[in-house]
Design a protein around this ligand. Structure first.
Ligand SMILES: *[C@@H]1O[C@H](CO)[C@@H](O)[C@H](O)[C@H]1NC(C)=O
Ligand SMILES: *[C@@H]1O[C@H](CO)[C@@H](O)[C@H](O)[C@H]1NC(C)=O
Ligand SMILES: *[C@@H]1O[C@H](CO)[C@@H](O)[C@H](O)[C@H]1NC(C)=O
Ligand SMILES: *[C@@H]1O[C@H](CO)[C@@H](O)[C@H](O)[C@H]1NC(C)=O
Length: 212
């Protein structure tokens, strides 16, 4: 009888353990499915989706070209020099919002539009580095403060774009970056640019490049 009780307890706790493993793995697999779905949405909205070879429905996104994962979540994307030919709006809605994204490099991918996040969307709070150099991003510099919801952002490379400083910007840049590269944006000049960038303090800056 004692033995029976023990084995009953053994079985029931084993069963409970099994149950909790099942719910654990189904919640992490739904998270990776959310990541995969966002990447597929991104691909399908491109003018030429075939530039993202092997980004296929029902495949593990950790095996997509240019994508890296930490454990089971998408943590890094590098699509340097692919012809994405799209608007930053799509990047903001489908990539910046990947919950565990840490680094994003879209250097030389023919991006246009301004740097804004769609209303209501939340940037990954793990994102530390964004490289958007060599694109055609435009708009006034104050739009950069839109990246404020990327709360861990430290490095932002906007070299060689079409950003402009209108002179009407006020309140300063609302990002606490360590590195900001605004070189080769030929409409960023004048005596007020640097004061605007450092308006809210520059204690974190290690590199800030404005000319070129
Ligand atoms: C990977 O993710 C785990 C859990 O979210 C985290 O603790 C760890 O720091 C991450 N590793 C890297 C290299 O970012
Ligand atoms: C860049 O993308 C735009 C669409 O946003 C497209 O019209 C243009 O042809 C592309 N330029 C090159 C060089 O592919
Ligand atoms: C930025 O682009 C969005 C659409 O992508 C547009 O609705 C918005 O007016 C633009 N903002 C500025 C300041 O140009
Ligand atoms: C920004 O990108 C450009 C071109 O891709 C590169 O030459 C430059 O070193 C980068 N800036 C920083 C601060 O890393």
């Amino acid at each position: 009888m004692a033995m029976l009780t023990t084995s009953f307890f053994f079985f029931s706790s084993f069963f409970l353990l099994l149950l909790s493993f099942t719910s654990l793995s189904s919640s992490s697999s739904s998270a990776i499915n959310t990541d995969a779905q966002q990447l597929i949405n991104f691909k399908l909205a491109l003018p030429d989706p075939s530039v993202l070879k092997n980004w296929e429905q029902n495949q593990n996104p950790c095996s997509f070209n240019g994508v890296k994962c930490n454990e089971t979540r998408v943590s890094s994307i590098d699509l340097t020099s692919l012809h994405l030919n799209t608007n930053f709006h799509l990047v903001a809605s489908q990539l910046l919002t990947l919950e565990n994204l840490q680094t994003l490099s879209l250097q030389n991918t023919n991006l246009s539009g301004n740097i804004s996040l769609p209303p209501g969307s939340k940037c990954s709070s793990y994102l530390t580095s964004i490289d958007l150099s060599h694109n055609s991003l435009s708009g006034p510099l104050f739009v950069l403060s839109n990246l404020g919801s990327c709360s861990s952002l430290k490095s932002l490379n906007l070299s060689s774009n079409l950003l402009a400083f209108s002179g009407k910007e006020s309140g300063g840049l609302k990002l606490s970056l360590e590195s900001l590269d605004l070189s080769y944006n030929n409409q960023i000049s004048g005596p007020n640019v640097v004061p605007w960038i450092v308006y809210n303090g520059c204690k974190d800056f290690k590199v800030a490049i404005f000319e070129g």
